[in-house]
Design a protein around this ligand. Structure first.
Ligand code: F6P
Length: 491
């Protein structure tokens, strides 16, 4: 579907907000989602995923506008204030939801950027829709940004926006941050539109990644496929402009999570949770969007085998898996849901007793206060994605363990593993390895667990999301200053 929305339409839907924001965040989703209640009325609910957890406190602090989609198709809404934030909804048509969001973003890019765990699909109509929606985001950002404003574009759904926006508004400072992994050249080059994506990203002054490896993959690809000169983290374009690509590991609002965990109501709720679970000796917890990158089947299988082999007694050790629904109309996600339903049913059927299922599986999302109580209730947090940009759940757990107790089992393939080195690290494909590590995380002496948790807490409490945003935005400022401009190396 081609984009027929001209700048007049954009101006009309912004209704007097043009040129009003000195700081703009552009993300596929707004921080709140429009949801329909059973009685037909609609309400706002916090959007899923780590991106919102991280960026919401940043926008609240900085002030400015957040442009994004409400999660409902064909909805035209004027900009509005929500919880102290200026939100600018972007309309997405029903066919674009299928082609741009479910299609190109989540059935092409998502699997391609996550080690092709699922097979990416390449469809030309999906690409056209991706281009059209990216163009719309660029038009809205260009219209709402005041002269020389900072625009910070987020994630894989909007990789063409930096270049499109630069064409419309060369006066802006443009930052881009990728929340998911950036794949090695060997995988990325499968993409028929690889050069367009690289050039799209090069419209930014600063391109941020979760890890050094991801930033290096990008710089290498730009050198190989676009032919620009590069030196370490800097890319030199023909027009004299330079682009910096480097790692800025994202984080959470650590102290607000700790504060929540410390509240007496949270402690009381944590006790209640343990009681409802039958007061077992050990509670293991998993919290993930229901996504095939998160390694849920492997993790449940590992725990299930420990119970089936009698190594863990279901009366003593239980697993709580929270898995909020995600992208439910995409095929691979539907299949995963069926697989998890079957797996949990089988394990509980095999080793459960009356009132004592070894696995409690919750296919819903919960407010932050309930999550903090779950983190407090859990002796072992199990975060074992097959590939993950960062994984903020791991950091949330650590932030909530203010007594330096508990243990984190963490996949080597989560970006968080680079920072949380004292976690019990596992290869999530290795079921025996995971079984052994879960047992170690359960049975290590408290002194050992405290030593590990203390070190991880130092990292998470010191490197919070404020610092992440500050580091990124300061670097962005530096790049565009005439004295800060990086000069092209001599041939
Ligand atoms: O970074 C991962 C991410 O795709 C975010 O962009 C997004 O907000 C979150 O996961 C949840 O995904 P979705 O918006 O598709 O529900």
């Amino acid at each position: 579907m081609s984009d027929v929305r001209g700048s007049d339409t954009v101006t009309k839907s912004l209704r007097g907000h043009e040129g009003s924001a000195a700081f703009v965040v552009a993300a596929n989703r707004l921080p709140v989602d429009r949801v329909q209640l059973p009685d037909g009325s609609t309400t706002w609910r916090t959007s899923p995923g780590g991106l919102v957890t991280a960026l919401e406190p940043v926008l609240r602090k900085q002030g400015g506008a957040w442009i994004g989609w409400t999660g409902a198709a064909d909805e035209e809404l004027a900009p509005f204030e929500h919880d102290g934030m200026q939100l600018v909804p972007i309309p997405i048509h029903a066919q674009e939801v299928e082609e741009y969001y479910e299609g190109f973003s989540n059935a092409t890019l998502w699997p391609l950027y996550h080690d092709v765990i699922a097979t990416p699909e390449f469809h030309r109509e999906w690409w056209d829709s991706y281009v059209a929606v990216n163009r719309r985001f660029a038009a809205y950002a260009a219209a709402i940004a005041e002269p020389s404003a900072v625009v910070w574009i987020q994630d894989y759904q909007l990789q063409l926006v930096p270049q499109m926006l630069r064409e419309l508004r060369p006066d802006l400072r443009i930052g881009y941050f990728l929340h998911v992994p950036f794949p090695p050249a060997e995988l990325f080059t499968q993409l028929p539109w690889r050069r367009h994506i690289l050039e799209g990203l090069l419209g930014a002054d600063l391109v941020g990644f979760q890890t050094n490896g991801a930033a290096q993959n990008f710089v290498r690809l730009v050198r190989l496929r676009v032919g620009h000169k590069t030196h370490r983290d800097t890319i030199y374009l023909e027009d004299g402009r330079s682009v910096v690509a480097k790692a800025f590991p994202i984080s959470i609002d650590s102290s607000s999570f700790e504060e929540l965990a410390r509240q007496p109501e949270t402690a009381a709720r944590a006790l209640e949770i343990r009681e409802s679970l039958g007061n077992p000796k050990f509670v293991l917890l998993g919290v993930d969007r229901l996504d095939y990158t998160k390694g849920m089947p492997q993790r449940l299988r590992a725990f299930g085998e420990l119970a089936q082999e009698g190594i863990l007694d279901p009366a003593e050790a239980v697993f709580v898996q929270v898995a909020p629904p995600s992208r439910e109309r995409v095929d691979q996600y539907r299949r995963l849901r069926d697989e998890i339903d079957r797996l949990v049913g089988r394990i509980n059927g095999d080793v459960g007793r009356i009132g004592q299922p070894p696995i409690t599986y919750l296919h819903s999302s919960f407010p932050r206060s309930e999550m903090a109580a779950l983190y407090r209730a859990a002796d072992v947090m199990v975060v074992t994605p097959l590939r993950d940009g960062m994984n903020l759940v791991a950091k949330e757990y650590v932030a909530c363990r203010y007594e330096d107790t508990g243990a984190l089992v963490l996949s080597e393939f989560a970006g968080a593993a680079a920072e949380l080195k004292q976690a019990y690290l596992v290869n999530p494909y290795d079921i025996n390895g995971m079984k052994a590590t879960m047992l170690k995380a359960i049975s290590d002496p408290p002194k050992e667990k405290t030593k590990r948790m203390r070190a991880m807490r130092r990292q998470v409490m010191e490197h919070d999301v404020d610092k992440w945003a500050q580091n990124f935005l300061e670097e962005l400022e530096l790049i565009r200053e005439p004295h800060g401009k990086r000069t092209r190396p001599v041939d």
